[in-house]
Design a protein around this ligand. Structure first.
Ligand code: NAG
Ligand code: NAG
Ligand code: NAG
Ligand code: NAG
Length: 403
């Protein structure tokens, strides 16, 4: 009895004292070595839908390099639905002869030669959403095909699923991918149907928590809130996925896209660019290439930040926050109201001691605020805009910040 008591106490002690990165990363998340930070790259769906081809994929890889986005971390070039046409007599997937005449392996070679990685798409059903062959009951053959082509990433969708539970349909593909021996990032896309945060961390490296994002403020805000409720389940090796970025696709204003990107980074969401990177405006590039904001997303602690306060008569003035490595804290002041207003982040709400003195780094202005702050920081935020700050406690850094 005494021994068992000690064991329970030790376990509780370990749970209380372990940083989330250790708790989730070492014990509960998938152990394929991938996704230690949220995945970064590009995906064809949001802008191109079914209108894809091997030229587009090659030109996108070229543009990721020439724009500098690849150097910043956007490494995965992910082909979404519509690349395949049928199964051959051996039962293997065949790329569409008209749009991908050179085949997927030659694309993988092309992308790899540039230091990038190639992602592909299939479906845990009998057809993909665009009615191409699905991988349900073909998991081993398809995983082997993907590995033989040199694929690095699989997005696995949820259409035509015969009503079988995702908990049953998604693990066989993980087993098949694992058996190929090739590390392949496994991105589950069951649209949050069966609360995947609660079961998918041992199955995949990320799991969608919501339906598809649309290129609108309303959709983006709703998806952020849905994804927020699963914050405690994310960590190195497995991430909540509120869907791909719409930045640059035209349906939101600059401030709205800046909010979208800020909150996705704070939430440790996958950063999969969804616009035409061959043809970005300067504003789109400014958002997607903000290395200070990306560093929040890629922080080694791997804790998903969350909504910590709602203010104003309509409660649409929000504070989101989360811990970062080196005892730093990231804070977003997000104005979801129709008028500009002041938003206050209280230290007690963002996890700081109420008398802590901190320097405040503005990640969009790329400067420290001129004063240090105690207890709270209040800023005016334009309608639908978002301020993103890192609060720095460290004495040396604060001194440096003043200079
Ligand atoms: C397969 O799974 C084992 C056990 O989790 C893991 O150690 C190994 O790295 C995995 N291999 C691949 C290629 O994912
Ligand atoms: C590039 O984007 C602009 C809008 O930003 C659009 O008007 C133009 O047609 C695009 N060019 C190409 C080649 O897609
Ligand atoms: C925001 O705070 C500033 C400084 O206290 C104040 O001058 C201003 O009136 C406030 N704005 C609003 C909309 O409350
Ligand atoms: C914010 O901090 C200032 C300076 O420490 C203090 O005077 C003020 O009362 C605080 N405001 C709130 C809302 O806590």
């Amino acid at each position: 009895m005494a021994l068992r008591g000690t064991a329970v106490w030790l376990l509780l002690w370990a749970v209380v004292l372990s940083p989330p990165s250790l708790l989730y990363g070492a014990t509960l998340q998938l152990n394929n070595g991938l996704g230690q930070t949220p995945q970064m790259g590009w995906n064809s769906w949001n802008f191109f839908g079914c209108e894809i081809s091997e030229e587009l994929i090659r030109e996108t890889a070229d543009a990721l390099i020439s724009s500098g986005l690849a150097d910043i971390g956007y490494k995965y070039v992910n082909i979404d639905d519509c690349w395949s046409s049928h199964r051959n007599k051996q039962g293997n997937l065949v790329p569409d002869e008209e749009t991908f005449p050179s085949g997927i392996q030659s694309l993988a070679d092309y992308v790899h030669a540039k230091g990038l990685k190639l992602g592909i798409y299939s479906d845990a059903g009998i057809l993909t959403c665009e009615r191409r062959p699905g991988s349900l009951f073909h998991e081993v053959a398809d995983a082997d095909t993907f590995a033989s082509w040199g694929i690095d990433y699989l997005k696995y969708d949820n259409c035509f699923n015969l009503g079988i539970k995702p908990e049953v349909r998604y693990p066989p593909m993980q087993d098949a991918l694992n058996k190929t021996g090739r590390p392949i990032f496994y991105s589950l896309c069951e649209w949050g149907r069966d609360d995947p945060a609660t079961w998918a961390s041992t199955v995949g490296n990320s799991w969608r928590t919501t339906d598809d994002i649309q290129d609108s403020w309303k959709s983006m805000v709703a998806i952020a809130d849905l994804n927020n409720q699963w914050a405690s389940y994310a960590g190195p090796g497995g991430w909540n996925d509120p869907d791909m970025l719409e930045v640059g696709n035209g349906g939101m204003t600059f401030n709205e896209y800046r909010s979208h990107f800020s909150i996705w980074c704070l939430m440790k969401a996958p950063l999969l660019v969804g616009c035409d990177v061959r043809n970005m405006t300067a504003e789109t590039y400014e958002i997607l290439s903000n290395v200070e904001v990306i560093a929040v997303n890629q922080d080694s602690l791997g804790v998903q930040g969350s909504k910590v306060s709602k203010q104003g008569s309509e409660e649409c003035l929000e504070v989101w926050a989360g811990p970062l490595s080196d005892s730093r804290v990231v804070v977003a002041l997000w104005n979801r109201c129709t008028e500009g207003n002041n938003i206050t982040a209280l230290w007690e709400d963002v996890g700081l001691d109420s008398n802590a003195l901190v320097a405040v780094r503005d990640l969009w202005e790329h400067r420290f605020l001129p004063e240090n702050y105690v207890g709270n920081v209040t800023m005016f935020v334009d309608s639908h805009d978002c301020k993103l700050y890192i609060l720095v406690l460290d004495e040396e850094k604060r001194k440096h910040a003043k200079q």
